[in-house]
Ligand binder design. Structure first.
Ligand SMILES: [Zn+2]
Length: 179
């Protein structure tokens, strides 16, 4: 059975700490370049290239010398889809799921505060998933002014467990690296 090149692979740093999730395609290029080694693979699924056939990687580990540089290139990209994935496609004000979601700026872009003298930034730490009702209700106010409370403080994720690929293949085999 051949592997899906878009399947997710967990990436560990040299010290076995999880740093990101990448598609099989990207994992293979890190392996081919000698920047990573396979930690776990699925032997029953094969990936092929001109010269080799190997099990599909499930977990790979970056090698020491290049870990820092590659880690930086593997950072989770800031965009709407990844913010929604971080928030598990759940409105961070009312907890609604399965509804259309927007991105809410916790401190509105037009709002100047002591922390944000130029207005609320478009960043991981200031953006959350919000349903249309909550976004509308909050308007250009701070959550406390609108009597609304965030379920969780927004943060910059080191990796995304809520996979953009939509499937959780390999998840069981990732668990012990994610503690
Ligand atoms: Zn809501």
């Amino acid at each position: 059975m051949s592997a899906d090149l878009n399947s997710p692979v967990l990436v560990l740093d040299a010290g076995y700490q999880a740093v990101n999730v990448v598609p099989v395609r990207r994992a293979l290029s890190l392996l081919a370049l000698g920047k990573a080694v396979v930690v776990e693979e699925e032997g029953d699924k094969l990936v092929r290239s001109e010269r080799m056939r190997l099990g599909c990687p499930v977990v790979i580990r970056l090698l020491i010398a290049i870990a820092h540089r590659v880690y930086r290139t593997l950072r989770v990209r800031f965009n709407k889809r990844n913010v929604l994935a971080r928030d598990s496609w759940t409105c961070q004000y009312c907890g609604a799921t399965g509804v259309p979601l927007t991105i809410d700026h916790v401190v509105p872009r037009s709002r100047r505060t002591r922390r944000y003298p130029d207005g609320g930034p478009h960043s991981w730490e200031n953006c959350v998933a919000a349903c249309l009702d909550c976004n509308h209700r909050k308007g250009d106010r701070l959550p406390e002014e609108a009597g609304m409370k965030l379920m969780r403080k927004p943060y910059r994720p080191r990796w995304l467990l809520a996979l953009p690929w939509g499937r959780r293949r390999g998840f069981e085999r990732w668990k012990r690296y994610l503690i």
